[in-house]
Design a binder for this molecule. Structure first.
Ligand code: ADP
Ligand code: ZN
Length: 424
């Protein structure tokens, strides 16, 4: 869709959704009144900046149903995000919302080149987490054979993948790595598998991790992006050019803001991603601050799609570690580790405070072929890794070499950081 036409569509839809939340959801109405803005002030998509933000805290404060814009009877499904502390964040879906979710999911799967001749194994967890049912809906909507394996039970996953001629694996990138390891020990030959495509998301992953997964599974690995509050997986997807993640901006309008000031970021600049749901009816969100850090690119893609593309998610703003005054993202560590041939793509970061100074320990797993009893060899390797990490992070980490297969593997979203300073 040409940009001007898209803007027109977004403008119309924004007016409608603002009207809806203002009339049907008291917290939105109050917030808009406080900000001195009414639906009549919203004439085009450019007026979106007049509207107040919504945050994760709002979803907690109005837990569970306070931000619904429809009577509760119209809600047909609930999902919730894990929420590491306290109450989870709950999202309510109307049938309209589920239909939109299936549609955007189908768009994603189509962009990866999938059709009704594919067999899709969904190894995201099924349940309150949106991953399983989201990918399931996408797969069924394009008419693919859908295998709702859910996460866990790696041996059975591999058997199903083999026996059913699975062409597509949908799971977290970290679980894909886990399955790749499982495949090495499985009683099947590589050529007996039909697997060719991976649909990976729900957690940040780097370009280096993509190469690692593509090589180990012998597939093409595509990004899928989403979050519970907005709808679930399907908010954005890569295309076969793997040149950024196309956002379904006719349904979810994206903005990038400076996370400190809340002001719009300059064109192409990295900042916090903010979404407004333009079409949802159950729990529409206006200018929801995702905390995900990325940038937007409005150029037409080589695939011909005109939809805006976002860059890789650097991490959530709350994933950023400040160590001895330096900003460190786990994704930076991942990029270095995946590039080193001596290491497995598994790592764990421990941050602590000793004598009033921050400590950073990075546990890395040495590959079988490189693991050695000869101490000098291991000391050299450790120095080499520490040097590489220092050049990217700007601070000196304490590298801890771990024996093969000793860092805990993840079947869902990987937990890769233990910040012990928060406990003090
Ligand atoms: P929770 O907040 O409990 O993790 P969600 O499943 O809703 O629950 O998580 C959504 C978040 O997961 C996003 O805001 C983003 O941080 C991360 N995420 C999802 N997909 C991707 C992706 N493809 N790349 C990077 N991060 C992703
Ligand atoms: Zn494209």
């Amino acid at each position: 869709m040409p940009r001007e036409q898209m803007r027109k569509l977004q403008s119309e839809r924004l007016k409608e959704v603002v009207e809806r939340v203002y009339n049907n959801c008291a917290p939105y109405r109050e917030r808009m009144q406080q900000a001195g803005v009414s639906p009549a002030d919203i004439k085009s998509i450019d007026d979106i900046v007049k509207l107040p933000f919504t945050s994760k805290k709002d979803l907690r404060d109005y837990y569970p149903f306070g931000l619904l814009s429809v009577p509760q009877e119209e809600i047909v499904r609930i999902h919730a995000s894990s929420g590491t502390t306290g109450k989870p964040i709950v999202a309510g879906y109307t049938q309209n919302d589920l239909d939109i979710w299936n549609e955007v999911g189908a768009r994603c799967f189509t962009a990866y080149g999938l059709t009704n001749s594919d067999v899709v194994q969904v190894a995201y967890g099924y349940g309150l987490f949106t991953g399983g049912l989201g990918a399931n809906g996408a797969s069924e909507t394009i008419g693919a054979i859908t295998v709702p394996a859910s996460s866990g039970n790696t041996e059975k996953q591999i058997m199903l993948m083999h026996d059913l001629g699975v062409t597509t694996l949908a799971c977290t990138p970290s679980y894909a790595l886990y399955l790749a390891e499982g495949l090495k020990g499985a009683p099947y030959k590589r050529e007996e598998f039909k697997l060719k495509i991976g649909v990976f998301g729900a957690e940040p992953w780097t370009e280096a991790m993509r190469r690692e997964i593509e090589e180990s599974l012998g597939i093409k690995a595509y990004d899928i992006y989403g979050l519970t509050e907005i709808i679930g997986p399907g908010v954005g997807h890569e295309c076969i050019y793997q040149n950024g993640t196309h956002l379904c901006e006719d349904h979810f309008f994206p903005e990038i803001i400076n996370p400190e000031t809340g002001e719009p970021a300059a064109k192409g600049e990295t900042g916090e991603l903010v979404f407004t749901t333009l079409t949802k009816t159950g729990m529409p969100l206006i200018r929801f601050r995702t905390r995900d850090l990325t940038s937007l690119n409005y150029e037409t893609c080589d695939c011909g799609r005109t939809s805006v593309r976002m860059g890789r998610i650097l991490g959530r703003s709350d994933d950023m570690l400040i160590i001895r005054g330096v900003n460190v993202f786990p994704s930076q560590v991942e990029a270095v580790i995946c590039e080193l041939p001596e290491l497995e793509p598994h790592y764990f970061i421990v941050v602590d405070r000793l004598n009033n100074s921050d400590t950073l320990e990075i546990q890395v797993e040495v590959k079988d072929d490189f693991y050695s009893d000869e101490l000098p060899k291991m000391i050299d390797l450790k120095k080499h890794i520490a040097h590489k990490l220092h050049s990217v992070l700007g601070i000196h980490p304490d590298v801890k070499l771990m024996e093969p297969r000793t860092i805990e593997r993840s079947q869902g979203k990987a937990k890769r950081v233990d910040d012990r300073r928060k406990l003090m």
